[in-house]
Design a protein around this ligand. Structure first.
Ligand code: IPE
Ligand code: IPE
Ligand code: MG
Length: 253
């Protein structure tokens, strides 16, 4: 599996794109509106970006919708976000299926209202055989939680199977994460330059792109700009530039 192998319009799409969708609150506040209206407009940006990713040939898209730390926000905002998630899944399920998008909600789902949990189960079941693109919606997700959860499961398996801890590999953790594949490009919108506990393990070698655009304004042009940046990077994975180039020539033969 290569990390970026599908071209469209001269661009090479990252295989796995991850986006920290930030700036909804500021978008609303700049218009004298409630923060919630920024989240509502953000849902339209989600729709735009998903269809553009399909068009560009992205194989896996992981969107940060709600972090494990976002419960600290005012109850009014948290409740509105939960209601928006329920509505978005209900409204979009058929379209996701029609477009071949395997949809998964990644995060600790046990904390969600039961109506949301059942909507999630429905869309995951409905789209489970889709193959055009995998969409991971990270909700009540934290990178540290993901590693902790994987470690817990690994420990249980080790105890059950009598595995020697010295025999464990990085793969034993990777395979138990909620999101398994490595991120090729991580975008954060809204101007902040931090990871905020997103895919910590999976982004070990991700290229990072920070956009000033607030999420509700984010669209195809912004995405293309980020992918152009990605295409201009030399991904060395610890090697020297000369080694990477020699390897590229070898692969091209
Ligand atoms: C991101 O936008 C959406 C969520 C975290 C749910 P914010 O709500 O963080 O927007 P800002 O950063 O306050 O502008
Ligand atoms: C990160 O954004 C989480 C999501 C985009 C869902 P935040 O707005 O919560 O991040 P911080 O608190 O500014 O780091
Ligand atoms: Mg924010």
């Amino acid at each position: 599996m290569t990390d970026s192998n599908i071209t469209s319009g001269g661009l090479t799409a990252p295989r796995h794109l991850a986006i920290i969708m930030d700036g909804n609150g500021r978008w609303a506040q700049a218009r004298g509106k409630q923060r919630v209206s920024g989240h509502k407009e953000g849902a339209n940006a989600v729709r735009r970006v998903i269809s553009e990713c399909v068009r560009l040939g992205v194989k896996e898209l992981t969107l940060f919708a709600f972090s494990s730390e976002n419960w600290k926000r005012p109850a009014l905002e948290v409740n509105a976000l939960m209601a928006l998630f329920v509505e978005a899944i209900r409204k979009e399920s058929k379209n996701l299926l029609k477009n071949g998008i395997k949809t998964r909600i990644v995060g600790d789902k046990s904390k969600f209202p039961s109506i949301l949990q059942s909507q999630i189960a429905k869309v995951e079941e409905l789209t489970k055989d889709c193959e055009v693109m995998t969409l991971n919606i990270a909700a009540n997700y934290g990178g540290r939680w993901d590693v902790l959860n994987a470690s817990r499961n690994l420990l249980k398996d080790c105890l059950a199977n009598g595995t020697n801890p010295d025999d464990l590999t990085e793969d034993d953790i990777s395979q138990r994460l909620n999101v398994i594949s490595n991120v090729d490009l991580m975008i954060r919108t809204g101007g902040e330059q931090r990871i905020s506990n997103f895919l910590l393990w999976q982004s070990a070698y991700a290229e990072l792109y920070f956009s000033k655009t607030l999420w509700p304004d984010y669209g195809a042009d912004d995405l293309i700009e980020a992918i152009e940046f990605f295409n201009g990077r030399e991904r060395r994975f610890g090697m020297t530039s000369a080694q990477v180039q020699a390897k590229g020539e070898l692969n091209a033969d």
